[in-house]
Design a protein around this ligand. Structure first.
Ligand code: ZN
Length: 177
């Protein structure tokens, strides 16, 4: 995979982490989120990956912070972990502005702040249902997996309604055809 800076993604991250925006918690905690484009579209479980959210920590964060400052690297200083949103460039080029924002919004949902830690720490979380629900509430059914989630919800709801209905109107008994 090849990478390059993604200033358009960074701008959306800035907007969505500003005061009063859904991901303000990240900037409140002083957590840095970088943006990169990938030259290719990764695959995962047979599906195209539009973007990914990663946490950079440990030695990689150390290289990012001190690697080009040899003078500052002569002590055991902590390196601050940071987040990276990486977006498949061929996908980005094909998305409308609305879908671009929805995609970045989705990726930012993968970051969480652990306020118990000192200083507050960056955590990664998976696809919990609430996260999808949030983005759908804000952006509508913007991609296939959002549609899948909505369909799954609709099916659950239909099943629930059916079972309620069958409680009210029990199925006709034998012999009636
Ligand atoms: Zn995701």
């Amino acid at each position: 995979m090849l990478y390059m800076h993604a200033p358009e993604v960074a701008e959306i991250i800035r907007d969505l982490t500003a005061q009063g925006e859904p991901h303000h918690e990240l900037s409140d905690a002083g957590i840095r989120i970088e943006a990169l484009f990938m030259d290719n579209i990764p695959m995962s479980h047979g599906r195209l990956v539009y973007g990914r959210a990663r946490k950079v920590s440990g030695q990689t964060a150390w290289w990012a912070q001190y690697g080009s400052h040899p003078a500052r690297a002569e002590r055991f200083d902590p390196a601050t972990p940071f987040g990276v949103v990486e977006i498949a460039h061929p996908i980005w080029s094909s998305l409308s502005e609305h879908k671009r924002i929805a995609l970045v919004d989705h990726e930012l949902c993968h970051f969480r702040v652990d306020w118990e830690a000192e200083p507050p720490a960056l955590m990664i979380r998976g696809h919990d249902f609430e996260e999808f629900a949030q983005v759908i509430r804000r952006r509508g059914l913007w991609n296939a997996s959002a549609v899948n989630v909505a369909n799954a919800m609709a099916e659950e709801l239909a099943v629930a309604i059916e079972s309620i209905e069958s409680e009210i109107n029990p199925a006709p008994s034998d012999g009636e055809t």
